[in-house]
Design a protein around this ligand. Structure first.
Ligand code: PLP
Length: 362
């Protein structure tokens, strides 16, 4: 089989080296004669691996000691409920910045648990270009319990690089599709969460990074498996964690460290995105209408000007091993998700195909 590049938005491709290592030790991990997934999460060998994964993530992201790192279930959407349950006490409200479909979904879910102030920052310029309201013009409430936003909107292909200034109100970020893709200053955030299946590992694991002073104020009705304080008190093992996903995430963290850490991958990600956007911008066959400074480096939507060619484009791409390029159903067109595990060779193969397809169908 020739090489396949999977552009799926999530679950997404994992680094080849990680998959090979996992395969090698699949049925006999660390000379235990068992698979990782068959071992007790309370065995000392498993707990050592779990602790190492946390240490590696802390190192990769430079997470300060006054933050807890939690390995949870429930995905990104689980956190849409867990965040307000844990951080929004009775009588307070929270601000939700909406710039795309995931932040909108987060706001909708949060309304089940308290008063939510939705701030829509999506703008469309006269020429049809998609843009955002700059953060200094957001109508934030100084008494809010927290401000929630999504720095990279996976479906829409919109990324905000600048961290908004919230004047002391804890900032909560859904980093599901951007975590570990470039360096960030964790101290600017009260809480960061991310489903693992985009930039970390397989689905079933969700990472929560939370400042300690935000713990302990959960609403009365918070289910114990969603309570951050309970998770923190039990090293994320109050109930059985997603043990195999945790192990794979640990392998991805080690892979990233070997590569030179987040700074090194960020530079590769920059090159990958530039190559693809250049190909789109240099043609009048393809287009992306998001203002340059808000373009995502992880999820790149593009449209064929002649949409009647969509099915042919997708079929021929697949025949070349370029998989899952179909855009999300609500935005249409194409989308290339190019997370950390996508090698630059994948983008090269994609742009070569795009240029050839343009030649043949102009
Ligand atoms: C994929 C995604 C989600 C949803 O994740 P699930 O694990 O499917 O619940 C939430 N937010 C963002 C930004 C995402 O990309």
């Amino acid at each position: 089989m020739s090489e396949v590049f999977n552009f799926c938005a999530g679950p997404a491709m994992l680094p080849k080296a990680v998959m090979v290592k996992a395969q090698e030790e699949f049925i006999n991990w660390n000379s235990t004669g068992s698979s990782v997934m068959e071992l007790s999460h309370r065995s000392s060998i498993y707990m050592a691996m779990a602790a190492q994964a946390e240490t590696d993530l802390r190192e990769l992201m430079a997470i300060p000691n006054n933050y807890k790192v939690l390995f949870c279930h429930g995905g990104g959407r689980g956190q849409f409920s867990a965040v307000p349950l844990n951080l929004l006490p009775q009588g307070k409200s929270a601000d939700y910045i909406v710039n795309g479909s995931w932040s909108k979904a987060a706001a909708t879910e949060a309304k089940n648990f308290g008063e939510i102030n939705v701030i829509n920052i999506r703008e469309t310029h006269a020429d049809g270009e998609t843009s955002l309201t700059p953060s200094q013009n957001w109508a934030l409430n100084e008494d809010a319990a927290y401000v929630h936003y999504c720095p990279n909107e996976t479906v829409d292909g919109i990324e905000m690089n600048e961290i908004p200034e919230t004047k002391g109100v804890p900032l909560v970020a859904d980093m599901s599709s951007t975590i570990l893709s470039h360096e960030i200053d964790v101290t600017k955030f009260g809480l960061i969460y991310a489903g693992a299946q985009k930039n970390i590992g397989p689905s079933g694991l969700t990472i929560v990074i939370v400042r300690e002073d935000l713990l302990g104020n959960a609403q009365q009705a918070t289910p114990c498996i969603m309570n951050y304080q309970t998770s923190a008190n039990n090293d994320s093992m109050y109930n059985t964690p997603p043990t195999y996903a945790w192990y794979l995430a640990g392998l991805v963290f080690q892979w990233l460290k070997t590569l030179g850490g987040v700074k090194a991958i960020a530079s590769i990600n920059q090159q990958k995105a530039e190559l693809l956007y250049q190909t789109i911008d240099n043609s009048d066959f393809y287009q992306n209408n998001i203002e340059t400074k808000y373009r995502s480096k992880m999820n790149i939507p593009f449209w064929l000007k002649d949409e009647s060619l969509n099915d042919t484009f997708l079929a021929q791409a697949e025949a070349q091993g370029l998989m899952a390029l179909k855009g999300h159903r609500i935005v249409g067109g194409m989308r290339a998700s190019i997370y950390n595990a996508m090698p630059i060779e994948g983008i090269q193969a994609l742009v070569t195909f795009m240029k050839k397809f343009e030649q043949e169908n102009k």
